[in-house]
Write a protein that binds this ligand. Structure first.
Ligand code: PGA
Length: 223
């Protein structure tokens, strides 16, 4: 699969913002899947700067820790701070995986399913919190985080002990039903896993490799 290499982080953020903007303009009632983490911060800043109309958009986040959603380090808080509170999106239109998972997934697939899914990739090849070994058929569910992910994400917390050990995540099967998928990756530490995932064997050991089976995926990388 082709990896589009962009010149810097700003170029990455602008390029993916162009795709989201085009989607929202072409189809105001778009259903989007959104990521958290460091990589999309520039994308969210860029989208806010463009003052787009989000009033018809419906969003679903990829995952959330099993923790109080009002905790300052939850993904609910991250999304409010970095995107939702800075746009005219309706809070009722912003969804996070919840239990039981079946009504959550039903909500995603009403009105024709997901139009655009934006993903990051973990240093172990995870997408959302689908850690290595996750079934390609997996649906939204509670998962244990891998030690690698706990270590990687400890930079967002006061200490590694504070990182939740479990999360609720969309499954790989869930994500693959999106009509279009954009994978964003930033940093030389992601390059090896990105290459393995996009051009190596398609295997549950590298969850992101499932994207090779999707017919509408674009991959954007900058170091
Ligand atoms: P990052 O996380 O953007 O913080 O590197 C990506 C991910 O783990 O999916």
């Amino acid at each position: 699969m082709e990896i589009n290499v962009l010149k810097d982080y700003s170029d990455l953020s602008v390029t993916v913002a162009d795709i989201v903007e085009a989607q929202l303009k072409e189809q105001p009632l778009s259903k989007l899947i959104l990521p958290t983490g460091s990589t999309p911060l520039g994308l969210y800043d860029e989208l806010v700067k463009r003052e787009l109309d989000w009033s018809h958009a419906i969003t679903f986040n990829l995952d959330e820790y099993l923790m109080n959603p009002d905790h300052p380090y939850s993904y609910h808080s991250y999304m409010r701070k970095n995107l939702f509170d800075r746009t005219n999106i309706y809070p009722d239109h912003c969804h996070f995986p919840f239990r039981p998972a079946i009504p959550f997934e039903d909500k995603m697939y009403t009105y024709n399913g997901i139009d655009l899914c934006i993903l990051g990739i973990g240093s172990n090849g995870h997408i959302a919190f689908n850690e290595p070994g996750s079934s390609f058929k997996s649906r939204t569910r509670v998962v244990d985080l891998s030690l690698q992910t706990i270590q990687d994400n400890s930079r967002f917390f006061d200490s590694v002990e504070d990182v939740p050990k479990q999360a609720i995540t969309m499954g790989l099967g869930t994500i693959m039903e999106s009509k279009k998928i954009i994978l964003m990756a930033n940093g030389t530490n992601k390059l090896t896993i990105l290459n393995v995932a996009m051009n190596g064997e398609i295997t549950e050991t590298v969850p992101a490799s499932i994207l090779q089976n999707h017919n509408n995926v674009e991959v954007y990388y900058c170091d």
